[in-house]
Design a binder for this molecule. Structure first.
Ligand SMILES: Cc1ncc(C[n+]2csc(CCOP(=O)(O)OP(=O)(O)O)c2C)c(N)n1
Ligand SMILES: [Mg+2]
Length: 348
């Protein structure tokens, strides 16, 4: 007998697989580009975590006209970014710091936003996006807009002051916000056990007076189900909610980190819980997709990434003369009282 499909049709079930494949293919393409010298800055993989970002984003209202739900992703939630309408080519342009990228080469990787599509890119100081998302979702509540926000953060980010302050504020204000804790068991080279005394982040929920649920982050349908239920609750005035995704960071923090502080046997064990492999066999077992359909999805997503990356490679870098415009305060802005003269943007 077939497993429950959570109300998803065959097309939806296959859509999830497409998103998983797209995320992995995009990151694998990036690795190639990096070896060829095209990538500017670090390269961060979400290997083993793809189902968390995809399952969660798929459960939200994604629109392109500024009336949908709002996402704040992390570097390891590219799958959510794509589902919210982030274009593949822009993803590659960003990683290559092209002048044609959404930030015109000013910022790297997933640090870009599109308010119409509903995503606001992460800022680097960990924890602070909770404060920002709390503010945005508070405005939804105050204006009576039928929208919610989702903010991703790793386990390590939970040790920052901003995380606590932002979450407390959101809880008190009953902000329509879902906090996703990407518990991949490492924050750079620090294990989660050195970040927190609790064994699950859900134990923190009651301390803020909010609901919290832990879910297997390698199971795309389980994540979809948990976030869909949370979204229903949050949307109907239930206040802020936390969902912890449990999985493992199977690569180093970034490509420059050989991850030699992790026991290789543990990494090998997690390879058996690969979210794409698991979902693929489930699709076949339940006859939600045929082998041919799955191969077609795999080939199409591989090709989409190849084409988008090739196109981005051919595009120009920012012109040197204007490369720092819009980065620093320009000369028309009254200079702060601490400065005795206007800053020269070309000297920074
Ligand atoms: C406030 C702050 N401290 C330190 C850093 C540097 N930093 C960037 S990512 C990172 C590790 C984050 O770990 P985690 O939140 O678990 O996310 P993961 O990388 O595992 O996805 C650190 C320490 C930062 N960006 N901001
Ligand atoms: Mg982590």
């Amino acid at each position: 007998m077939s497993e429950p499909t959570l109300g998803l049709e065959r097309a939806g079930l296959q859509d999830l697989y497409r998103s998983l494949c797209l995320t992995r293919a995009a990151e694998e393409r990036l690795e190639l580009l990096q070896k060829q010298g095209h990538v500017t800055g670090g390269l961060y993989r979400s290997l083993g975590q793809e189902a968390g970002a995809v399952g969660a984003a798929y459960a939200l209202r994604r629109r392109a006209d500024g009336t949908g739900d709002m996402l704040c992703h992390t570097i390891r939630a590219a799958g959510a970014l794509f589902l919210f309408g982030g274009e593949l080519i822009d993803y590659f342009r960003q990683y290559m710091a092209k002048g044609t990228s959404p930030t015109r080469g000013r910022e790297a990787n997933v640090h870009w936003f599109d308010f119409e599509k509903g995503f606001v890119g992460p800022v680097s100081p960990l924890g602070t996006m909770i404060e920002i998302m709390a503010g945005m979702t508070l405005s939804f509540r105050v204006r009576g807009e039928d929208r919610i926000g989702i903010v991703f953060y790793g386990d390590g980010a939970s040790s920052t002051g901003a995380w606590h302050e932002g979450l407390n504020f959101a809880a008190v204000q009953r902000c329509p916000m879902i906090l996703i804790v990407e518990n991949n068991q490492w924050a750079f080279s620090t294990p989660t056990s050195k970040n927190t005394r609790v064994s699950s982040f859900t134990e923190k929920g009651p301390g803020y007076g909010i609901g919290a649920e832990a879910v297997d982050g390698t199971d795309v349908l389980a994540v979809f189900d948990a976030v869909r239920r949370a979204a229903l609750q949050v949307r109907s005035g239930g206040g802020t909610h936390m969902i912890e995704l449990n999985y493992f960071r199977r690569k180093g923090h970034a490509q420059h980190d050989p991850q030699d502080y992790v026991d290789p046997a543990v990494i090998r064990a997690w390879e058996k819980k690969d979210p794409l492999d698991l979902y693929r066999s489930r699709l076949l077992r339940n006859e939600w997709a045929s082998e041919d359909e799955l191969v077609a999805i795999e080939e199409e997503t591989f090709e989409e990434c190849r084409v988008a990356a090739e196109a981005a490679i051919a595009e120009p870098y920012p012109e040197g003369a204007e490369a720092v415009s819009g980065v620093y305060t320009d000369v028309h802005t009254p200079h702060p009282w601490t400065r005795s003269s206007s800053p020269d943007p070309t000297l920074a």
